[in-house]
Design a protein around this ligand. Structure first.
Ligand code: AMP
Length: 514
């Protein structure tokens, strides 16, 4: 009887005396100390009445105890279901009802607000605190330091991660043991991870990037992590000198670049910087290389598929691309209307097939059937294009595609041109309803510090570079773009804000029209 993921990630810790987690207060946890925490968490999950296949919802601060619940859930065969710590109790109610979780583990401060909700859902509530004072901590403390792992099949679920859907109901992506293990194995190989790696971990652990990519890779090779509660530039600069690798979202890199402490000397011990979860601007890529001598390795993935493509470890890491399909993973580009593959070099819907692709959406068979083809290809919702030598470019989400006067406009193309304009730090291009064109292109610009972009000059330059239908019909200047915890620009939020812009009644009330 086996439990492949537990055997690969957690079981080897039992005999590891060296540090697995380096904490921000200078303390560390050895492999076997963490192993015992996982075993006690597994015992506590069982003591709380959970059987294999039951769900545990965890909404707690990032700390070793939270990560140990993941390890414990693997041992106990319980499905780990982490939630973004920003969700309000009302939002949590949906996840509890939808997942029919047997247990929710929350921070003590949130317990009073959650109590009536868990009661309604018939879910048990326990609390976890980074100082060890929660009720789940107490339950775990009373458990033995070993736990006989429950047998699991590679197709059994290890986790459910809810997608951060901006429209409609959030969907629970069911991830199997095979999905997670196959992806960790591939990434270890591709990115050359070994037991001497020390990963600077400043990502949240409720999302695929911090939970699976960063953590599973480190556990699989027997490396260690500098486990920071969140991204904080001061802490990152304190820890970078002893790290060999860092995984981040693009905002980590732009924030670090704003700081004079980022130097070649600061990162001389680091062998690899990885970026993903949102597009890395080519400008950031170039600026990072100029300052540090490192070319950031950009990869592409999503909750439902784990990682799909990566720039090469050896070979050219090409800015503005996400590299090649990972070994064992197929990527094809199709016409969203017909599903037929598009000719070489054309833009199409990115579809992916492989052992990394999830098992469907929790209790949403229709949604699953819409997005997961019978032949195993998952329709990602992202549009992409292969360069002649095989590098994949992400053009944007299909739902962000703008159709104006019958023509398709891919926001990324316009954003790239806008980002290069003098005085512009970054931009987001959206389609907003327009009485004549159906949709009109609207550009939202963030100025560089202290700069005021000259819109007349920008428009004149755009006339040289872009066809008329692609040029923004209006500009908005904002201090910053709305982003979620993973640094993704929230285009739905921008559309909500500026959706009225070209309605006749709103004429002249907002922004600037071309
Ligand atoms: P999530 O499920 O939250 O990880 O979001 C997945 C989505 O993030 C993908 O479908 C892409 O739209 C986007 N994404 C992830 N990595 C990249 C990348 N390197 N470049 C552009 N978009 C990315």
């Amino acid at each position: 009887m086996t439990n492949p993921l537990h055997e690969a990630l957690i079981a080897p810790l039992r005999t590891r005396a060296d540090p697995l987690l380096h904490l921000s207060d200078g303390a560390s946890l050895s492999g076997f100390e963490f192993f015992a925490m996982c075993a006690r968490a597994a015992g506590a999950l069982r003591a709380a009445g959970l059987e294999p296949g039951d769900r545990v919802v965890v909404q707690a601060a990032k700390c070793p105890g939270t990560l140990a619940i993941y390890g414990g859930a693997l041992a106990a065969g319980v499905v780990f279901l982490p939630l973004n710590t920003a969700y309000t109790p009302d939002e949590v109610a949906y996840f509890l009802q939808d997942s029919e979780a047997g247990l929710m583990i929350a921070e003590p401060a949130h317990a009073p607000a959650l109590a009536p909700i868990v009661a309604d859902c018939g879910t048990r509530l326990e609390t976890l605190s980074s100082d060890g004072s929660g009720s789940f901590d107490a339950l775990a403390a009373a458990q033995p330091d070993t736990f006989a792992p429950v047998a699991r099949d590679p197709d059994d679920l290890a986790a459910i991660l809810y997608t951060s859907g901006t429209t409609g109901r959030s969907k629970g992506a069911m991830l199997s043991q095979r999905n997670l293990l196959s992806n960790a194995e591939v990434l270890v190989q591709e990115w050359r991870f070994s037991d001497s790696d020390v990963l600077l971990h400043a990502l949240p652990v409720f999302h695929t990037h911090g939970l699976f990519v960063a953590t599973n890779v480190t556990l699989l090779v027997g490396g260690s992590m500098i486990f920071l509660p969140k991204f904080d530039a001061d802490q990152v600069f304190e820890e970078l000198p002893r790290a060999t690798a860092m995984m981040g979202v693009p905002t980590f890199y732009t924030r670090l670049l704003e700081d004079p402490r980022l130097t070649r000397k600061m990162v001389e011990h680091v062998r690899l910087f990885v970026s993903g979860s949102a597009p890395l601007l080519a400008e950031t890529h170039t600026a990072w290389e100029a300052r540090t001598g490192h070319r950031i390795l950009e990869r592409y993935g999503m909750t439902e598929t784990n990682m799909i493509t990566s720039n090469p470890y050896e070979g050219e890491r090409r800015a503005g691309t996400v590299g090649f399909p990972l070994p064992g993973i197929e990527v094809r580009l199709t016409d969203p209307a017909t599903g037929a593959e598009v000719p070489a070099g054309e833009t199409g819907m990115i579809e992916v097939r492989g052992p990394n692709v999830f098992r469907g959406y929790w209790r949403m068979p229709e949604k699953t059937a819409e997005e997961l083809r019978e032949n195993g290809f998952f329709i990602t919702g992202d549009l992409g294009r292969f360069q002649p030598d095989g590098y994949l470019e992400i053009v944007g989400r299909q739902k962000d595609l703008i159709i104006t006067g019958g023509f398709n406009v891919y926001p990324r193309e316009i954003e790239d041109v806008l980002d290069a304009q003098p005085g512009v730090l970054e931009s987001a291009v959206i389609g907003v309803p327009h009485p004549d064109f159906g949709e009109a292109v609207l550009a939202v610009l963030v100025p560089q510090a202290g700069a005021t972009p000259d819109l007349n000059m920008i428009e004149a330059d755009l006339r040289q570079r872009l066809a008329g239908f692609k040029r923004p019909k209006g500009f908005e200047i904002v201090p910053e773009l709305p982003r979620n915890a993973m640094g993704k620009v929230q285009k739905a939020e921008l559309r909500r804000q500026y959706g009225q812009m070209f309605k006749p009644a709103a004429a002249g009330s907002l922004g600037r029209r071309a």
